[in-house]
Design a protein around this ligand. Structure first.
Ligand code: AMP
Length: 421
């Protein structure tokens, strides 16, 4: 059984085709700059050459059609016909209050997803375009929606209700939803397996640290709190997003900038803030680290003064990032009544020893210690245990795999639906 996983952004579409017997990736790729000009990268796993090409992609529909032609084509293809795609799993960013689990897409589900546009106006329209395009291009394949918010829907009311007038919650569904749910779910399941397999009583804090970043507090295998909120703007500082700040800054920034609209001020908090805003360098952590590692002692030229300012700001951006993460971890230790393991995942969490070390340095008073050598040399696909001997809490690195969770959920739902027929 082959499952196609689709993850659409406003101008992008990522895909992976899985063979579910082995969970191997048969092909993967991405279409970028959809609606602008268009670029595709397609990587087959059967020895055929990678395709990298600029091609016009006016809409998601054209992108899906191109992907399908490529998957079945003679030069870069991996399957003979579309009938070899048994089902399609879609990442859907927001499921509102309705979806606590992945679901087979039908007209009612589509209506409910459309009702979530108001909660994620940048993401849901793109997700819907991906679904419509696949329904049209592969009509025989059942389509499944896997929601970023679903894993967090069970967060208790005292942690998901905002202290704002209750009618916004009651009548308009405004609450903490949280995101990156498939990632937090995947790495927490892996961590539980690694730590003996019994979710009951297990207390985890999972740190998804990528361009977008969020933490989740997980007890008994369930999310009980998370840092992102009604939208993905809340919580940790991120590549370009500010995370949690004083809400009044929206009007303060609007005024400083000479009378921006609320939307324009929010754009600054979404697109120009986070580590990009502080460093002035980049939203990419590797770029910031490169500058932050600059050696002051070797800088003698007066012209380097401006560069030195950027070094300070890059270091500050990383310090703010690490501090805020540690601060939220502290609060989740309270929420969980202790902690058994801290789990790092996603681009920064998996690959940056210095960020992991910097966060753990704040946590020593909780008996959390990371091993210098293991942390520095960590690599690999499975669970990497970087706990220092004597630490009372495990520190783990677990590469995330959101696409695999989407493929697994899709297979489970399609199989159980077929078996009920
Ligand atoms: P993601 O959103 O999970 O793909 O993560 C992307 C982020 O991970 C980018 O900001 C990258 O700079 C960062 N990243 C990837 N590799 C490294 C690394 N070796 N050290 C620091 N940051 C990294």
């Amino acid at each position: 059984m082959n499952i196609l996983v689709i993850n659409t952004g406003s101008s992008s579409l990522k895909y992976q085709l899985f063979n579910m017997e082995t969970e191997a990736i048969i092909a993967k790729g991405n279409c970028d700059r959809i609606g602008i000009d268009g670029h595709i990268k397609h990587v087959p796993s059967n020895g055929k050459p990678t395709l990298k090409s600029d091609i016009p992609l006016p809409s998601h529909s054209e992108a899906i059609n191109f992907v399908i032609r490529t998957l079945t084509g003679p030069e870069h293809g991996v399957i003979d016909s579309l009938s070899e795609i048994s089902a399609v799993g879609h990442r859907v960013v927001h499921g509102g209050r309705k979806f606590a689990q992945s679901v087979l897409i039908n007209d009612d589900v589509l209506k409910a997803i459309i009702a979530c546009v108001r909660l994620a106006p940048l993401h849901i329209p793109a997700n819907l375009m991906g679904i419509y395009a696949c329904q049209k291009a592969i009509p025989a394949a059942p389509q499944v929606a896997v929601f970023d918010t679903a894993f967090h829907l069970a967060i208790p009311d005292y942690a998901h209700v905002y202290p704002i007038p209750y009618a916004y919650y009651d009548e308009h569904d405004i609450r903490r939803y949280g995101f990156h749910g498939t990632s937090h779910r995947y790495v927490s399941e892996k961590a539980i397996d690694y730590l003996g397999g019994n979710a009951e009583g297990m207390r985890l804090i999972t740190c998804h640290l990528g361009n977008g970043a969020s933490l989740a507090a997980i007890k008994d295998g369930k999310s009980i709190d998370t840092t992102m909120g009604a939208t993905p703007l809340e919580g940790l500082p991120m590549g370009t997003r500010c995370g949690t700040v004083d809400a009044a800054l929206v009007s303060v920034i609007a005024e400083i900038e000479g009378g921006l609209s609320i939307g324009e001020a929010l754009e600054i908090l979404n697109q120009e803030s986070g580590v990009l805003g502080i460093s002035g360098i980049s939203s990419d952590f590797r770029d910031i680290m490169n500058i932050a590692e600059f050696n002051f002692d070797e800088a003698v030229e007066v012209e380097e003064i401006e560069d030195l300012e950027l070094v300070h700001r890059s270091r500050l951006a990383l310090d703010v990032f690490k501090y805020q993460i540690a601060k939220f971890i502290g609060s989740y230790i309270v929420a969980l009544g202790g902690v058994d393991a801290i789990v790092f995942t996603a681009g920064v969490g998996e690959n940056s020893p210095s960020i992991r070390r910097g966060i753990c340095d704040w946590l020593k008073s909780f008996g959390i210690f990371i091993d210098g050598d293991k942390n520095g040399n960590a690599e690999g696909n499975g669970v990497t245990d970087v706990t220092e001997a004597g630490s009372s809490v495990a520190v783990l690195i677990i590469p995330t795999n959101e696409e695999l969770i989407i493929a697994r959920d899709t297979m489970k739902i399609v199989f159980s639906t077929e078996s009920r027929k």
